[in-house]
Structures are given as structure tokens and as C-alpha cells.
Design a protein around this ligand. Sequence first.
Ligand code: 13P
Length: 260
Amino acid sequence: MASTRRPIIAGNWKMFKTTGEAVAFTEALWQKVQPRANANLPEIVLCPPYTALSAVQESAAKLQAPFITAAQNMEGRDNGAYTGEISPLMLLDLGVRWVVIGHSERRQYYAETDETVTLKTLAALRHGLTPIICVGESLQERENGLTDRVIEQQVRAVLAQLSAAELPKVVFAYEPVWAIGTGKVCEAPEANRVCALIRHFISEYGNAEQTRILYGGSVKPDNTSALMSQSDIDGGLVGGASLEADSFFGIIEQACLVKA
Ligand code: 13P
């Protein structure tokens, strides 16, 4: 039976785009998506840097484009003396309703741990934000046969703190670190195996059938179809190819064809 989970195509812009560039992108993307707006569109999520969140949000509202804006990170606490941080309340204030949590670049360069990822996820849920929780193994972990163990640990750390009712409200993204920004995509059957493994772990805490699980790591228009045809991959978290409206739209288009 085909899944009833609505696909998600999310573009993580990382530390790219000024507000002007972000608005130009939003307009260019909408020009391409609009003619298909009544078709079976995936949820389209744009993750600009903090400084461009408002601009993208306002541009999408003005265009009446159903784009969801997501922050790339947030602090788990509501407020306090945490210089440079952005809280869930500040995101809500901008109308932002989704947030990426625990991206491997956050784990690698900013010392985020399973513990902080869990705290941030709980904070997101407490405030009604949809978290996209990123997990993934490094090249060395894969080569040492540790992939499943690493994924299990990262996923269970969060799941152990969630109620069964919260399981459909979170999104997981499997992003093998070695596939990020390398052009070396994880082969679709293997990406699906890991996504199915994540779903299996979720099922031990409640119903896993509604939780969306994305794949990320060198997703491009020409590998989207293979990835999205898989049973347990519900969409993509796209880095490099989300920076140009043409390539991001190419991915959306392929996702529409496969998951229609
Ligand atoms: P690339 O698509 O550039 O490999 O990046 C993936 C990613 O990190 C998305 O969060």
C-alpha cells in the first residue's frame, strides 16, 4: 500500500544568501512552482539563514506561495544570557514554524550532542515548532561497520524523551556525513535501508507510519527519482542544489512525479 505521508522537499541554504538574494530566489521558485500549485505538491520548506527568515516569510506571503520557512538551528531555552543565540519564541515571533535541529555541521563545528539535540527538539515541540532532526554517520563510522549503531544511538536519544503523540510531529533526516557536499550520494536502496531502520526504532515507541523521514546528502534532480521511489524515504533535505531555483525546482518536479 502506498504511504499516505506527504512528501517534504526542504532546502537548507546553510550560510548562503543575503536578504535580497533570498527574496529573488523565493520569487524565481514560485514562478516555476505556481503552474503546478494544484498538483500533488510536496511540502516545500526553505531554510534560509536567520537574517533572511523574515524576508522569505514576507515574500512567500505576498506571493501567496505555500512555502514553509524553517530556521537552521535554535537555542533550546526561551530566553536568557546566551549571546548570539536565537530562541524558539523569537522564531515564532517571525511566523517561523519549522526548525532544523542537530545538523551534522552543528554537531561537528559547534559541539552539539545528542543531549542538546534532544533538548532543542523538546523545546521545539513545546512551542509547536516542527523539528527536522538530523542524524547520520561519518565516513569512518561507516567504514568501521558502525552505521546502524550510530543511527540507533542518535535516534533513540531523542525518541526516549518523546510521547507517542509527538511521534507524528517530528521529522527525521538521515544525512550520512560522507554524502554531504561531496557529490557522493548514498545509493537509494542503502539510504532506504537506514530510513527503514529509523522507522523501526520509532515503531518501538509508538506508531511510526506517520513520521516523515527524509534523506539528505548530494540530492540532485537526477538522483531524486531513485531516492523518492523508495518505500521509507519521504523526501529530501537538500543543500547545494537548493541554492538555485532551477535545480531545486528540478528536485520538486521529480518528487511530484514519483510520489504523485
Ligand atoms: P548537500 O545537498 O550539499 O550535500 O547538503 C546536504 C545537507 O547538508 C542538507 O542539510
